[in-house]
Design a protein around this ligand. Structure first.
Ligand SMILES: Cc1cc2nc3c(=O)[nH]c(=O)nc-3n(C[C@H](O)[C@H](O)[C@H](O)COP(=O)(O)OP(=O)(O)OC[C@H]3O[C@@H](n4cnc5c(N)ncnc54)[C@H](O)[C@@H]3O)c2cc1C
Length: 508
């Protein structure tokens, strides 16, 4: 039996699209998810468990190729479970800034203007609230007070109110907006908000979990379905009468397109994949938010928290742009993965600040190294390769500002000693070297199936998210982003799913 729509990936965007399309009882949808269900799985549902999920059986765990200017050891977590990365991330939920969406429009994404996208953010079903009073750690409160004093940034009670109604903010510090239930500490992920209420209720939704989409079926330039590998190992065909919608994320959507013969013809021939449709942009424009770290040893800290990283600081150095150009997360645990490898001790109790680059200038690439679909694709983020050194300078500034905050009361008293990079590293060159070698990712890969104008041959999808040159095929996930929004991207992914559902319905 064919379905009207086959959605590949029951992740962040896929959950939204599946819910919205099945609101019409006459529309049938098959949702294909590579991982297991999250229903009843405390490992996933309890937000505070997020660190335990990284690198485990629910993580596809993608390595990067060697990064000559950065850290070659970064592992990119990608969730293998219903709800996708919204089921193992920290659910920090920032709306995009108006200028982020102006950047999208300038890149050819007509119709993705601020007013339109904010209206779709309004529809998001996840329970997005600032960290609740009872979850506010007193040391994070002190950090907020010290950050405001040291940087002059205002304390912001509700960051999203500023972006949705006030047009954005240039700097600010406060407790984060998080998609969770403050009464239980449970996630309000895309699957919890969009799928759990309709599973077993809407008969027009078929969910296949532990089912891997191996190849797209293409007939005369049209996507007609997907070849999948069922949990038994058996290969099956799932047919779509109307459209196949790819929501497998910024790594697995281009990976599936490439294995289906859709991508740069020369690259595909090099690895022995039959070219079905030459589309040079697939896998290009790999984006991320790189970050680094500074760590202090502390005494045991009060245990109150949502997920051990509950505050953020935004700073603006470039006065030519109204948006912040430096962001910090604070961790109440030793986030020592990269510092330990560099030989630093791992204290039992620690606070870390992780300065990140909101609009990194690095542009990377994803490509296949083998026609064997079980081989992971190569990811080259080209971290810290921008010619004018913008990215490395941002990290150096971030480490310096973090030290100023650490020297400011009432936060100062919570810190015993700086562990990494350590008080001996003071020059810009030394801070840059440490910052790049200890660099990490905020886990925000995007952009590998870039949306662009209809006549832009380097774009992968048009502004209605249709794959260029093929019919019956759309991409709806973080891979369509022309640029990353300034803050964490999940809300923008959810809003993309919301708008995509309308575009799909309109086109029907
Ligand atoms: C550890 C971590 C922390 C993060 N923290 C935050 C945060 O706090 N705030 C924020 O804004 N962003 C955060 N992010 C980023 C954010 O979660 C992602 O940008 C966003 O969820 C991506 O959504 P997506 O729909 O593009 O992909 P995903 O949510 O990854 O969905 C892809 C889905 O497709 C499935 N899939 C993939 N390939 C196949 C296939 N071939 N066949 C079948 N199924 C397949 C996967 O199993 C997955 O369920 C974090 C990410 C990580 C990994």
């Amino acid at each position: 039996m064919p379905y009207d729509y086959v959605i590949v990936g029951g992740g962040t965007a896929g959950s939204v699209v599946a819910n919205r399309l099945t609101e019409d009882p006459d529309t049938t949808v098959c949702l294909i998810e590579g991982g297991p269900s999250d229903v009843g799985d405390e490992r996933v549902l309890k937000l505070r468990n997020w660190l335990n999920v990284l690198g485990g059986e629910l993580d596809y765990d993608y390595p990067t190729v060697e990064q000559p200017y950065g850290n070659s050891h970064i592992r990119h977590a990608r969730a293998r479970v219903l709800g996708g990365c919204s089921s193992h991330n920290t659910l920090i939920s920032f709306r995009p800034f108006a200028e982020d969406l102006a950047d999208w429009e300038a890149a050819g994404a007509a119709g993705w203007d601020n007013a339109t996208v904010q209206a779709y953010c309004d529809r998001i079903k996840c329970n997005i609230v600032p960290v609740a009073r009872q979850d506010r750690n007193p040391v994070v409160k002190d950090w907020i007070e010290a950050s405001a004093a040291a940087t002059g940034a205002p304390v912001i009670d509700d960051f999203n109110a500023a972006t949705s109604h006030g047009g954005g903010f240039s700097d600010g510090v406060g407790f984060l907006p998080v998609a969770y239930d403050p009464y239980t500490g449970y996630r309000s992920s895309a699957s919890v908000a969009y799928l759990h209420p309709i599973l077993g209720v809407r008969e027009n939704l078929t969910l296949m979990t532990e089912t891997w989409a191996a190849k797209l079926l293409l007939e005369d330039g049209r996507a007609t379905g997907v070849e999948v590998v069922a949990p038994s190992g058996e290969r099956r065909t799932v047919r779509a009468d109307r459209e196949v919608v790819l929501c497998a994320g910024a790594v697995d959507t281009p990976r599936l397109l490439l294995h289906s013969g859709v991508g740069p013809a020369r690259d595909l021939r090099d690895v022995g994949v039959e070219v079905r449709h030459d589309l040079p942009g697939v896998g290009e424009n790999l984006l991320d938010h790189p970050e680094s770290i500074i760590m202090w040893e502390t005494d045991p800290l009060p245990d109150t928290t949502v997920m051990d990283s509950d505050g953020a600081l935004f700073v603006r150095r470039d006065t030519g742009d109204p948006r912040p150009d430096l962001m910090f997360h604070i961790y109440m645990v030793p986030f020592a993965e990269n510092t330990e490898r560099l030989g630093y001790p791992v204290p039992e109790h620690a606070i870390c600040m992780t300065p990140n680059i909101p609009r990194s200038r690095a542009r990377g690439k994803l490509w296949l190294t083998s026609a064997d679909p079980s081989v992971k694709p190569a990811l080259d983020f080209r971290y810290f390769t921008d010619r004018d050194d913008h990215d490395a300078r941002t990290i150096v500034d971030g480490l310096k500002i973090a030290r100023e905050i650490a020297a400011t009361e009432p936060f100062k008293s919570a810190l015993k000693r700086e562990i990494a990079p350590g008080p001996g590293v003071t020059t810009d060159a030394g801070l840059s070297e440490f910052g790049r070698r200890a660099a990490h990712t905020v886990y925000h890969p995007a952009g590998t199936c870039r949306m662009g104008a209809e006549d832009d041959e380097t774009a992968v999808v048009d502004p209605r998210l249709r794959v260029r040159g093929l019919s019956g095929l759309r991409v709806v996930d973080a891979s369509v982003f022309p640029t990353l929004p300034t803050p964490n991207p999940m809300v923008t992914v959810l809003a993309t799913g919301e708008r995509a559902a309308d575009l799909i319905r309109d086109d029907r």
